[in-house]
Design a protein around this ligand. Structure first.
Ligand SMILES: *[C@@H]1O[C@H](CO)[C@@H](O)[C@H](O)[C@H]1NC(C)=O
Length: 207
């Protein structure tokens, strides 16, 4: 942080002094834009795999939005490096999970089946929201896609958000990382469990 208070030229001198330590092959200054913003480029560094992503935009909002997008994209790349398994997107993974959870509920004769069925309903909320946000009839679309998944035994049928003409997400090349999907469902489940726990604490005192 102290660098910020040193001023541009002092920083420049400070950097030159330390170039031997970081072993940069090239340090140059570049000015650009209408306001002649200046930037210091430190390149060809030995023993460094660091990369700087430089984002410019018309206003702060555009920059923040782009930063978020780049961050999201980097996270997807990181997930794929950790584990390259994928699931198909467009809500197809949630729909096939919902079908599997519903089938599992049938095996429980006790009250547990209601909780399990609610979990399946909750999974349906994702493709339903996707359909609604794409301007489609949410319930009709979900029912049709779910029926198609069961009929064709094709777990990669999802919501055709962009109106491409097919709802086969494999064909559309729409996919998500398995890690990401696992985390989403895990997190959502944890939140629900937390809320249910709080309800348990509060409600008895009301009586
Ligand atoms: C990725 O995760 C899945 C599910 O946890 C696992 O079955 C698979 O072996 C993992 N793949 C790698 C390459 O680690």
């Amino acid at each position: 942080m102290s660098l910020l208070y040193m001023g541009y030229h002092t920083v420049f001198k400070w950097l030159i002094l330390r170039l031997t330590i970081i072993q940069a092959g090239l340090v140059r200054e570049k000015s650009f834009g209408t306001t002649k913003d200046r930037m210091l480029y430190i390149e060809q560094c030995a023993n460094s795999r660091a990369v700087t992503i430089f984002i410019r935009g018309g206003n702060k909002m555009v920059i923040e939005e782009t930063k978020r997008s780049v961050h999201d994209a980097l996270c997807v790349a990181r997930n794929l490096i950790r584990n390259n398994s994928i699931v198909y997107g467009g809500g197809s993974a949630e729909i096939s999970s919902s079908i599997a959870v519903e089938a599992a509920a049938d095996k429980y004769p006790g009250v547990e089946q209601y909780a399990i069925r609610s979990f399946a309903d909750a999974l349906d909320a994702i493709p339903m929201a996707l359909a609604e946000n794409s301007g489609l009839q949410p319930i009709d679309t979900l029912t049709a896609v779910k029926a198609q998944q069961i009929k064709d035994k094709s777990p990669h049928c999802g919501i055709d958000c962009n109106d491409v003409g097919t709802n086969d997400m494999k064909e559309q090349n729409v996919f998500e990382t398995l890690i990401g999907k696992q985390q989403q469902i895990l997190l959502a489940t944890q939140v629900v469990k937390m809320i249910l726990k709080i309800d348990d604490v509060i409600s008895p005192s009301e009586y």
